[in-house]
Design a protein around this ligand. Structure first.
Ligand code: NAI
Length: 251
């Protein structure tokens, strides 16, 4: 018996990085996976991931859908329900950063980050709670960030979006706990993915490492393991919480 046998999981932005690691981990544990990617250039990667996931003996399908767009999110979830029949787990993982000091930040940069990171969580969660309420069961996992807890110079839009996710998570946990729907957030620290590749080498990286008690950057798989815990019945009494997976990062 695997931890996610017979479960269906939806994951946004899973063609690479942390989302991809979560998709692989969940499929290994028996879940069928419906995931999104956003740009045409990710179509090949998405198709390769579908092949990898089905190799675990589960059903998997990739959907091109912009999580920041309400109508596209509505269509995506409707199509998943038609194809998979249920949604047990939802991971709101899609995210971007457009870092800039506030003095230089444009309105467009602000809006892009808030729409992709925060509005997307509203867009998708609003759709998945309907089947979850019917099933009287569900686990929603929102990808926040340690930056959403602590803030960081040059990252005001990103920090605001990720802090917003935490408030949303706690509110949804309070609204839907009575329906046995859990909603939690993960606050990763510095994880080695494309999003952080420009920070992974050089003097900046060495400085950053000094602030991490575990002395290294995290791996996507480590966030996937935290996600697996929150998705599975190992965490049935946990809701409205933020789990920091950051190596003890202190900024
Ligand atoms: P990444 O850039 O490798 O992956 C992000 C994924 O989201 C990509 O596949 C991208 O295509 C997708 N995406 C972007 N906009 C989208 C949209 N509008 N609709 C659907 N998908 C969209 O980054 P990474 O590191 O894998 O990040 C995953 C999540 O983890 C993000 O929410 C990020 O903010 C969060 N996070 C990452 C940390 C890190 O150090 N890498 C630290 C803390 C949080």
């Amino acid at each position: 018996m695997k931890l996610l046998d017979n479960k269906v999981a939806v994951i946004t932005g899973a063609a690479r990085g942390i989302g991809e690691a979560i998709a692989v981990k969940f499929a290994e544990q028996g879940a069928s996976i419906a995931f999104t990617y956003v740009s045409d250039s990710s179509a090949e990667k998405a198709a390769a991931l579908v092949e990898k996931l089905t190799g675990f003996g589960v059903k998997a399908k990739a959907y091109q859908s912009n999580a920041a767009d309400f109508a596209q999110s509505e269509t995506f979830i409707a199509e998943v329900l038609k194809e998979f029949g249920a949604i047990d787990v939802c991971v709101n993982n899609a995210g971007i950063s457009k870092d800039n000091l506030l003095l230089r930040m444009t309105e467009q940069q602000w809006d892009d980050v808030i729409d992709t990171n925060l509005k997307s969580v509203f867009n998708i969660t609003k759709q998945v709670i309907k089947p979850m309420m019917k099933a009287k069961s569900g686990s929603i996992i929102n990808m926040s960030s340690i930056i959403g807890i602590r803030g960081n110079a040059g990252q005001s839009s990103y920090a605001a979006s990720k802090a917003g996710i935490i408030g949303f998570t706690k509110s949804i946990a309070a609204e839907l706990g009575s329906r046995n729907i859990r909603c939690n957030a993960i606050a990763p620290g510095f994880i080695e993915t494309d999003m952080t590749h420009y920070l992974q080498d050089g003097a900046g990286a060495a400085d950053f490492l000094k602030k991490i008690p575990l002395g290294r950057f995290g791996k996507g798989e480590e966030i996937a393991n935290t996600s697996l815990f929150l998705a599975s019945d190992l965490s049935t009494y946990i809701t409205g919480q933020v789990i920091s997976a950051c190596g003890g990062l202190n900024i």
